[in-house]
Ligand binder design. Structure first.
Ligand code: FES
Length: 355
Protein backbone atom coordinates (compact mmCIF):
# COMPACT_ATOMS: atom_id res chain seq x y z
CA UNK A 1 0.00 0.00 0.00
CA UNK A 2 1.38 3.37 -0.96
CA UNK A 3 1.97 6.08 1.63
CA UNK A 4 -0.37 9.00 1.07
CA UNK A 5 1.38 12.28 1.81
CA UNK A 6 1.32 15.70 0.22
CA UNK A 7 4.27 16.56 -1.98
CA UNK A 8 7.07 18.60 -0.35
CA UNK A 9 6.42 22.33 -0.03
CA UNK A 10 9.17 23.22 -2.50
CA UNK A 11 7.33 21.61 -5.40
CA UNK A 12 3.88 22.84 -4.47
CA UNK A 13 2.56 25.63 -6.73
CA UNK A 14 1.88 28.99 -5.13
CA UNK A 15 -1.81 28.90 -6.03
CA UNK A 16 -4.45 27.05 -7.99
CA UNK A 17 -7.53 28.15 -9.87
CA UNK A 18 -9.74 26.29 -12.31
CA UNK A 19 -9.47 27.38 -15.91
CA UNK A 20 -12.49 29.19 -17.28
CA UNK A 21 -13.77 26.04 -18.94
CA UNK A 22 -13.18 23.86 -15.89
CA UNK A 23 -14.74 26.52 -13.69
CA UNK A 24 -17.97 26.30 -15.70
CA UNK A 25 -17.79 22.53 -15.60
CA UNK A 26 -17.33 22.51 -11.82
CA UNK A 27 -20.36 24.80 -11.34
CA UNK A 28 -22.39 22.35 -13.39
CA UNK A 29 -21.25 19.47 -11.19
CA UNK A 30 -22.14 21.32 -8.02
CA UNK A 31 -25.58 22.19 -9.40
CA UNK A 32 -26.39 18.46 -9.68
CA UNK A 33 -26.79 18.27 -5.91
CA UNK A 34 -29.54 19.81 -3.76
CA UNK A 35 -28.95 22.92 -1.70
CA UNK A 36 -26.80 22.09 1.31
CA UNK A 37 -25.35 18.97 -0.33
CA UNK A 38 -22.67 20.63 -2.49
CA UNK A 39 -19.96 18.66 -0.67
CA UNK A 40 -21.10 15.64 -2.70
CA UNK A 41 -19.22 17.14 -5.65
CA UNK A 42 -15.86 16.90 -3.90
CA UNK A 43 -14.51 13.89 -5.82
CA UNK A 44 -15.42 15.16 -9.33
CA UNK A 45 -13.87 18.55 -8.54
CA UNK A 46 -10.66 17.06 -7.14
CA UNK A 47 -10.46 14.80 -10.18
CA UNK A 48 -10.85 17.73 -12.55
CA UNK A 49 -8.24 19.72 -10.64
CA UNK A 50 -5.84 16.81 -11.01
CA UNK A 51 -6.55 16.59 -14.74
CA UNK A 52 -5.88 20.28 -15.16
CA UNK A 53 -2.65 20.35 -13.17
CA UNK A 54 -1.33 16.85 -13.90
CA UNK A 55 -1.33 15.93 -10.21
CA UNK A 56 -3.17 17.23 -7.13
CA UNK A 57 -1.30 19.99 -5.29
CA UNK A 58 -2.25 21.35 -1.88
CA UNK A 59 -3.54 24.71 -3.25
CA UNK A 60 -5.98 22.78 -5.45
CA UNK A 61 -7.31 20.89 -2.43
CA UNK A 62 -7.77 24.18 -0.61
CA UNK A 63 -9.46 25.82 -3.60
CA UNK A 64 -11.96 22.96 -3.86
CA UNK A 65 -12.68 23.24 -0.12
CA UNK A 66 -13.42 26.97 -0.48
CA UNK A 67 -15.61 26.41 -3.54
CA UNK A 68 -17.66 23.77 -1.76
CA UNK A 69 -17.76 25.52 1.62
CA UNK A 70 -16.06 22.57 3.31
CA UNK A 71 -13.38 22.52 6.01
CA UNK A 72 -10.02 21.97 4.32
CA UNK A 73 -9.33 18.91 6.47
CA UNK A 74 -12.44 17.20 5.07
CA UNK A 75 -11.25 17.62 1.50
CA UNK A 76 -7.74 16.62 2.55
CA UNK A 77 -9.17 13.38 3.99
CA UNK A 78 -10.75 12.53 0.64
CA UNK A 79 -7.66 13.42 -1.39
CA UNK A 80 -5.30 11.40 0.79
CA UNK A 81 -7.59 8.38 1.02
CA UNK A 82 -8.10 7.54 -2.65
CA UNK A 83 -5.09 6.39 -4.68
CA UNK A 84 -6.75 7.86 -7.77
CA UNK A 85 -5.48 11.22 -6.57
CA UNK A 86 -1.79 11.76 -7.20
CA UNK A 87 -0.43 13.98 -4.47
CA UNK A 88 2.94 14.39 -6.18
CA UNK A 89 4.07 14.82 -9.78
CA UNK A 90 3.74 11.83 -12.12
CA UNK A 91 5.14 11.10 -15.56
CA UNK A 92 3.35 11.84 -18.80
CA UNK A 93 2.62 8.14 -18.84
CA UNK A 94 1.71 7.14 -15.31
CA UNK A 95 1.83 3.35 -14.87
CA UNK A 96 -0.13 1.74 -12.03
CA UNK A 97 0.89 -1.85 -11.53
CA UNK A 98 -1.62 -4.16 -9.84
CA UNK A 99 0.17 -6.19 -7.17
CA UNK A 100 -2.80 -7.97 -5.58
CA UNK A 101 -2.92 -11.77 -5.36
CA UNK A 102 -4.40 -12.78 -8.76
CA UNK A 103 -1.98 -10.53 -10.61
CA UNK A 104 0.81 -11.54 -8.27
CA UNK A 105 0.41 -15.25 -8.99
CA UNK A 106 0.16 -14.56 -12.73
CA UNK A 107 3.46 -12.72 -12.90
CA UNK A 108 3.10 -9.18 -11.52
CA UNK A 109 6.51 -9.50 -9.88
CA UNK A 110 8.11 -9.94 -13.33
CA UNK A 111 6.33 -6.81 -14.53
CA UNK A 112 7.57 -4.98 -11.47
CA UNK A 113 11.11 -5.94 -12.38
CA UNK A 114 10.60 -4.49 -15.87
CA UNK A 115 9.38 -1.20 -14.40
CA UNK A 116 12.29 -1.03 -11.98
CA UNK A 117 14.73 -1.54 -14.84
CA UNK A 118 13.09 0.69 -17.46
CA UNK A 119 11.52 3.44 -15.36
CA UNK A 120 13.40 3.32 -12.07
CA UNK A 121 12.16 3.44 -8.51
CA UNK A 122 8.50 3.61 -7.68
CA UNK A 123 7.11 7.19 -7.48
CA UNK A 124 10.03 8.53 -9.41
CA UNK A 125 9.60 10.44 -12.69
CA UNK A 126 12.09 9.67 -15.44
CA UNK A 127 14.38 12.58 -16.39
CA UNK A 128 12.52 13.09 -19.67
CA UNK A 129 9.26 13.37 -17.73
CA UNK A 130 7.71 10.50 -19.66
CA UNK A 131 7.18 7.77 -17.07
CA UNK A 132 6.54 7.09 -13.41
CA UNK A 133 4.97 4.08 -11.81
CA UNK A 134 3.19 3.00 -8.64
CA UNK A 135 2.10 -0.37 -7.27
CA UNK A 136 -1.61 -0.34 -6.40
CA UNK A 137 -4.22 -2.76 -5.15
CA UNK A 138 -6.66 -4.72 -7.34
CA UNK A 139 -7.91 -2.70 -10.30
CA UNK A 140 -10.77 -5.09 -10.99
CA UNK A 141 -9.39 -6.80 -14.08
CA UNK A 142 -8.29 -10.00 -12.35
CA UNK A 143 -9.61 -12.22 -15.19
CA UNK A 144 -6.92 -10.66 -17.35
CA UNK A 145 -4.10 -10.73 -14.81
CA UNK A 146 -1.43 -9.50 -14.71
CA UNK A 147 -2.23 -5.99 -15.78
CA UNK A 148 -1.29 -2.33 -15.50
CA UNK A 149 -3.24 0.89 -15.86
CA UNK A 150 -1.50 3.60 -17.87
CA UNK A 151 -3.22 6.95 -17.46
CA UNK A 152 -6.90 6.12 -18.05
CA UNK A 153 -6.53 2.77 -19.86
CA UNK A 154 -6.00 -0.86 -18.85
CA UNK A 155 -3.35 -3.10 -20.48
CA UNK A 156 -3.97 -6.73 -19.63
CA UNK A 157 -2.62 -10.28 -20.04
CA UNK A 158 0.86 -8.84 -19.88
CA UNK A 159 4.19 -10.60 -19.97
CA UNK A 160 7.50 -8.86 -19.36
CA UNK A 161 8.14 -8.71 -23.13
CA UNK A 162 4.71 -7.27 -23.83
CA UNK A 163 5.19 -4.59 -21.18
CA UNK A 164 8.62 -3.67 -22.54
CA UNK A 165 7.13 -3.31 -26.02
CA UNK A 166 4.30 -1.22 -24.65
CA UNK A 167 6.61 1.19 -22.86
CA UNK A 168 8.81 1.47 -25.94
CA UNK A 169 5.83 2.26 -28.16
CA UNK A 170 4.58 4.93 -25.78
CA UNK A 171 8.01 6.53 -25.51
CA UNK A 172 8.32 6.56 -29.31
CA UNK A 173 4.87 8.08 -29.73
CA UNK A 174 3.48 5.00 -31.47
CA UNK A 175 -0.15 4.17 -31.06
CA UNK A 176 -0.94 1.46 -28.55
CA UNK A 177 -4.13 -0.52 -28.10
CA UNK A 178 -5.62 -0.82 -24.60
CA UNK A 179 -7.12 -4.09 -23.36
CA UNK A 180 -5.76 -7.64 -23.50
CA UNK A 181 -2.32 -7.71 -25.11
CA UNK A 182 -2.01 -11.48 -25.68
CA UNK A 183 -4.57 -11.88 -28.42
CA UNK A 184 -7.70 -12.94 -26.61
CA UNK A 185 -10.88 -10.91 -26.73
CA UNK A 186 -12.06 -9.33 -23.51
CA UNK A 187 -11.91 -11.94 -20.72
CA UNK A 188 -12.98 -14.95 -22.78
CA UNK A 189 -11.30 -18.28 -21.83
CA UNK A 190 -7.67 -18.63 -22.66
CA UNK A 191 -7.20 -21.35 -25.31
CA UNK A 192 -9.83 -24.07 -25.63
CA UNK A 193 -13.35 -23.52 -24.29
CA UNK A 194 -14.00 -26.17 -21.64
CA UNK A 195 -17.16 -25.09 -19.83
CA UNK A 196 -20.73 -23.99 -20.67
CA UNK A 197 -20.67 -25.84 -23.95
CA UNK A 198 -24.09 -27.54 -23.70
CA UNK A 199 -26.33 -25.96 -26.38
CA UNK A 200 -29.36 -26.63 -24.19
CA UNK A 201 -28.12 -23.96 -21.81
CA UNK A 202 -28.76 -21.33 -24.43
CA UNK A 203 -31.74 -22.55 -26.54
CA UNK A 204 -34.32 -22.36 -23.74
CA UNK A 205 -35.02 -26.10 -23.67
CA UNK A 206 -34.00 -26.40 -20.03
CA UNK A 207 -36.62 -23.90 -18.92
CA UNK A 208 -39.33 -25.75 -16.97
CA UNK A 209 -37.30 -28.96 -16.70
CA UNK A 210 -37.57 -28.78 -12.91
CA UNK A 211 -41.35 -28.76 -13.23
CA UNK A 212 -41.39 -31.91 -15.33
CA UNK A 213 -39.20 -33.61 -12.75
CA UNK A 214 -41.55 -32.47 -9.98
CA UNK A 215 -44.63 -33.80 -11.77
CA UNK A 216 -42.94 -37.09 -12.57
CA UNK A 217 -42.02 -37.63 -8.93
CA UNK A 218 -45.47 -36.67 -7.56
CA UNK A 219 -47.68 -39.74 -6.84
CA UNK A 220 -50.85 -39.73 -8.90
CA UNK A 221 -54.03 -39.58 -6.78
CA UNK A 222 -57.65 -39.10 -7.60
CA UNK A 223 -57.32 -35.46 -6.58
CA UNK A 224 -54.14 -34.87 -8.55
CA UNK A 225 -55.84 -33.43 -11.67
CA UNK A 226 -57.54 -30.72 -9.61
CA UNK A 227 -54.26 -29.99 -7.84
CA UNK A 228 -52.30 -29.50 -11.02
CA UNK A 229 -55.02 -27.90 -13.07
CA UNK A 230 -53.48 -24.45 -12.65
CA UNK A 231 -50.14 -25.62 -13.95
CA UNK A 232 -50.57 -24.50 -17.56
CA UNK A 233 -50.77 -20.83 -16.72
CA UNK A 234 -49.09 -20.83 -13.38
CA UNK A 235 -45.35 -21.51 -13.42
CA UNK A 236 -45.66 -22.68 -9.82
CA UNK A 237 -47.36 -26.08 -9.87
CA UNK A 238 -50.22 -26.65 -7.45
CA UNK A 239 -49.42 -28.76 -4.44
CA UNK A 240 -51.08 -32.18 -4.35
CA UNK A 241 -54.40 -31.93 -2.60
CA UNK A 242 -54.19 -35.45 -1.15
CA UNK A 243 -54.44 -35.61 2.65
CA UNK A 244 -56.10 -32.23 2.92
CA UNK A 245 -59.24 -32.09 5.08
CA UNK A 246 -62.37 -32.90 3.14
CA UNK A 247 -64.35 -29.81 2.22
CA UNK A 248 -68.02 -29.50 1.45
CA UNK A 249 -68.98 -28.42 -2.02
CA UNK A 250 -72.04 -27.12 -3.79
CA UNK A 251 -72.45 -30.64 -5.21
CA UNK A 252 -74.32 -31.51 -2.00
CA UNK A 253 -76.56 -28.43 -1.99
CA UNK A 254 -80.41 -28.59 -2.19
CA UNK A 255 -80.51 -27.66 -5.91
CA UNK A 256 -78.01 -30.36 -6.82
CA UNK A 257 -79.80 -32.96 -4.71
CA UNK A 258 -83.08 -32.08 -6.42
CA UNK A 259 -81.43 -32.32 -9.84
CA UNK A 260 -79.98 -35.71 -8.86
CA UNK A 261 -83.41 -36.92 -7.78
CA UNK A 262 -82.35 -37.22 -4.12
CA UNK A 263 -84.48 -36.47 -1.07
CA UNK A 264 -83.79 -33.09 0.62
CA UNK A 265 -81.83 -33.34 3.85
CA UNK A 266 -84.32 -33.29 6.78
CA UNK A 267 -84.35 -30.12 8.89
CA UNK A 268 -83.49 -32.09 12.06
CA UNK A 269 -80.35 -33.43 10.43
CA UNK A 270 -79.41 -29.93 9.29
CA UNK A 271 -79.92 -28.58 12.82
CA UNK A 272 -77.70 -31.32 14.20
CA UNK A 273 -75.02 -30.41 11.68
CA UNK A 274 -75.24 -26.75 12.69
CA UNK A 275 -74.76 -27.57 16.38
CA UNK A 276 -71.04 -26.92 16.88
CA UNK A 277 -71.01 -28.88 20.14
CA UNK A 278 -71.78 -32.02 18.15
CA UNK A 279 -69.49 -31.49 15.23
CA UNK A 280 -66.00 -32.87 15.03
CA UNK A 281 -63.02 -31.78 13.06
CA UNK A 282 -62.20 -33.63 9.89
CA UNK A 283 -58.67 -34.88 10.08
CA UNK A 284 -56.31 -35.53 7.21
CA UNK A 285 -56.57 -38.99 5.79
CA UNK A 286 -59.67 -41.05 5.41
CA UNK A 287 -62.81 -39.17 6.35
CA UNK A 288 -64.37 -42.47 7.42
CA UNK A 289 -61.79 -43.03 10.16
CA UNK A 290 -63.46 -42.10 13.43
CA UNK A 291 -60.21 -42.34 15.40
CA UNK A 292 -57.53 -40.44 13.55
CA UNK A 293 -53.96 -40.98 14.75
CA UNK A 294 -53.02 -38.78 17.69
CA UNK A 295 -49.66 -37.63 18.90
CA UNK A 296 -48.53 -38.96 22.24
CA UNK A 297 -47.74 -35.36 23.23
CA UNK A 298 -50.44 -33.00 24.29
CA UNK A 299 -50.76 -29.81 22.32
CA UNK A 300 -54.08 -28.84 23.86
CA UNK A 301 -54.15 -25.12 24.42
CA UNK A 302 -54.08 -23.89 27.95
CA UNK A 303 -57.39 -22.09 28.60
CA UNK A 304 -56.86 -18.37 28.48
CA UNK A 305 -59.36 -17.83 31.29
CA UNK A 306 -59.04 -19.80 34.49
CA UNK A 307 -62.79 -20.20 34.70
CA UNK A 308 -62.74 -21.99 31.34
CA UNK A 309 -60.61 -24.77 32.77
CA UNK A 310 -57.70 -25.39 35.04
CA UNK A 311 -55.61 -22.36 35.95
CA UNK A 312 -52.34 -22.17 34.03
CA UNK A 313 -50.35 -21.88 37.25
CA UNK A 314 -51.79 -25.10 38.54
CA UNK A 315 -51.27 -27.09 35.38
CA UNK A 316 -48.53 -29.59 34.90
CA UNK A 317 -47.71 -28.46 31.42
CA UNK A 318 -44.56 -29.16 29.47
CA UNK A 319 -43.16 -25.63 29.81
CA UNK A 320 -40.98 -25.28 32.91
CA UNK A 321 -41.47 -22.27 35.11
CA UNK A 322 -38.71 -19.74 34.63
CA UNK A 323 -35.96 -20.14 37.23
CA UNK A 324 -37.33 -23.38 38.64
CA UNK A 325 -34.87 -26.26 39.13
CA UNK A 326 -35.29 -29.15 36.74
CA UNK A 327 -36.65 -32.52 37.74
CA UNK A 328 -34.20 -34.37 39.94
CA UNK A 329 -32.04 -31.25 40.46
CA UNK A 330 -31.27 -30.18 44.02
CA UNK A 331 -32.91 -27.00 45.22
CA UNK A 332 -30.86 -23.95 44.21
CA UNK A 333 -29.16 -21.83 46.81
CA UNK A 334 -27.88 -19.05 44.59
CA UNK A 335 -31.13 -17.09 44.56
CA UNK A 336 -31.80 -17.73 40.83
CA UNK A 337 -35.13 -19.34 41.65
CA UNK A 338 -36.43 -16.42 43.67
CA UNK A 339 -38.88 -13.94 42.28
CA UNK A 340 -38.63 -10.16 42.39
CA UNK A 341 -39.63 -8.54 45.64
CA UNK A 342 -43.37 -7.98 45.70
CA UNK A 343 -44.16 -10.62 43.12
CA UNK A 344 -46.92 -12.99 44.05
CA UNK A 345 -45.54 -16.50 44.10
CA UNK A 346 -48.82 -17.80 42.67
CA UNK A 347 -48.99 -15.22 39.92
CA UNK A 348 -48.97 -16.58 36.43
CA UNK A 349 -50.17 -15.52 33.00
CA UNK A 350 -53.88 -15.09 32.98
CA UNK A 351 -54.19 -15.00 36.78
CA UNK A 352 -54.51 -11.71 38.62
CA UNK A 353 -52.03 -11.24 41.51
CA UNK A 354 -53.47 -11.73 44.93
CA UNK A 355 -54.15 -8.59 46.93
S1 FES B 1 -5.73 -8.61 -8.77
FE1 FES B 1 -4.94 -7.45 -10.38
S2 FES B 1 -6.70 -6.62 -11.28
FE2 FES B 1 -7.48 -7.72 -9.60
Amino acid sequence: MSVRRLAPAEIQPASFAFSEENGRWSEGEIAKYPEGRQASAVIPLLWQAQKQHGWLPKPAIEAVAVQLGMPIIRVMEVATFYTMFNLEPVGRWFVQLCGTVPCHVKGALDLKQVLLEKVGDERHVTPDGNFSWLEVECLGACCNAPMVQINDDYYEDLTPDLLIGLLDDLAAGREVKPGPQAGRRSSEPEGEVKTLQDEALFDGSLVGAWRKRFEASTPKTSEAPAATATGDNDPKPGRPAANRPAQSSAADGPAQRAADGKEPIPQAAQDRADDSSKTSAVFPGSSSNPNPPQSSKSYVMTPSKPEDGRAAAGSLGTTPVSGAPGEGEPARRDGSDTKPVGADKDASPGVAPKE
